[in-house]
Design a protein around this ligand. Structure first.
Ligand code: CP3
Length: 344
């Protein structure tokens, strides 16, 4: 076991005292960084993801250029459908597409659930190489998409604002939906365990589209599977659940096996603390669009956010991924503001 020089993230997740909150940014690797954009001209998306040396280089960029307190492995949530035998294409500037969507029992029966370590070996290699290159500078975060969010792409075949096909699939054929969610869950559990073994210190589960469900449907199609994953992998590494838009589930999620919950800007820090009874570490929730403010205003807004969450049991982050239009010095100002924070 290698000792970490900066273990703020791990201490915050264990609810231990910290000198200041740790800070990282969702989607920090890629998108807005000029060095990443240069690599994008040379290699297509899945080449970048599947080549451990490239994935490692991209993972380290925000650690070295923006000085975040954690690295998140450069990969994608859609490697899970790929590992289950579903084709995924990534068109630059357009987003993902899955030409063969899941519709029937036969489609679900054809999914592969037991080859994740072989099929995603390149992610495991990237994690161990990154761990080695980090040399203990900061913790390394592994991740996966939550079963509901992965179902969204597998049924819809591409991104959507409403996910109406994915939702209709669940409402019209609930039994098939649960079979599919369970298969994704089993695969994801094995994948996350393998990531921890390969060097991930923390595991985040992205339920990016859980906010498209009603509270009742979240409880049926999203929450049970998030809980199963957290229960199954908590011994391996601390888990952060990020059910975007599903703030109503905070009381129950704060009683789960997760060590942290990510929230977006649709709930205030104070309300999130109340709903979780201060039992769990919270992560978030700066609106990434506010990174376009002038730097002094970013800093003021960040300090206000931290004072509202409190500096303990807290991980400073955005409420969703950083967007490609953010200047690097504004991203750096966000990180610096957290480091400059003085107070409780
Ligand atoms: O956080 C990180 O920087 C690590 C890398 C990472 C990527 N995707 C790389 C990527 C992570 C954690 C993800 C997760 C992911 N992928 C999510 C969940 C997080 C979220 O933002 O809600 C989702 C929904 C996806 C699916 C996905 N991948 C979409 C919708 C797209 C296209 C649009 C976009 O930029 O998000 C991708 C492609 C993708 N994955 C890119 C990157 C850097 C952009 C392609 C490029 O810049 O070359």
């Amino acid at each position: 076991m290698q000792l970490l020089k900066n273990d703020l993230l791990l201490r915050a997740l264990r609810q231990e005292k910290v000198e200041r909150p740790p800070v990282w940014m969702m989607r920090q690797a890629g998108r807005y960084l000029p060095d990443y954009i240069k690599l994008r001209e040379k290699y297509d998306f899945f080449t970048r993801v599947q080549t451990p040396e490239l994935a490692t280089e991209i993972t380290l960029q925000p650690v070295e250029q923006v000085a975040v307190d954690a690295a998140i492995i450069f990969s994608d949530i859609l490697v899970i459908p790929q590992a289950m035998g579903v084709e995924v294409l990534m068109e630059e500037g357009k987003g993902p597409s899955l030409p063969n969507v899941i519709k029937t029992q036969k489609d679900i029966d054809a999914l592969v659930t037991n080859e994740v370590e072989e099929n995603l070996n390149y992610v495991l290699k990237a994690l161990s190489l990154t761990k080695q290159e980090l040399n203990g500078r900061v913790p390394l975060i592994g991740f996966a998409g939550a079963p509901w969010t992965i179902l969204c792409y597998m049924v819809e075949g591409k991104g959507s604002k409403t996910w109406e096909k994915a939702k209709a699939f669940c409402y019209v054929q609930p039994e098939l939906a649960h079979q599919l969610l369970q298969k994704i869950t089993d695969t994801t559990i094995n994948y996350l365990k393998a990531q921890a073994k390969a060097g991930a210190d923390v595991l985040q589960v992205f339920d990016s589209w859980s906010g498209s469900l009603s509270p009742e449907d979240f409880k049926e199609y999203a929450q049970p599977y998030l809980m199963k994953i957290a229960d199954a992998v908590k011994e391996e590494a601390p888990v952060i659940l990020f059910p975007k838009g599903s703030w109503y589930a905070l009381p129950e999620l704060s009683e789960s096996s997760a060590s942290g919950i990510g929230i977006d800007w649709t709930i205030s820090p104070k309300m999130a603390r109340e709903m979780t009874g201060n039992r769990i570490t919270l992560q978030g929730n700066f609106d990434p669009a506010k990174l376009l403010l002038p730097i002094p205003e970013i800093k003021k807004a960040v300090h206000k956010m931290i004072s509202e969450f409190g500096a303990q049991k807290y991980i400073a982050n955005l409420g969703h991924g950083i967007t490609p239009n953010i200047p690097v010095d504004h991203a750096r100002a966000f990180v610096d503001a957290v480091k400059e924070y003085e107070g409780e």
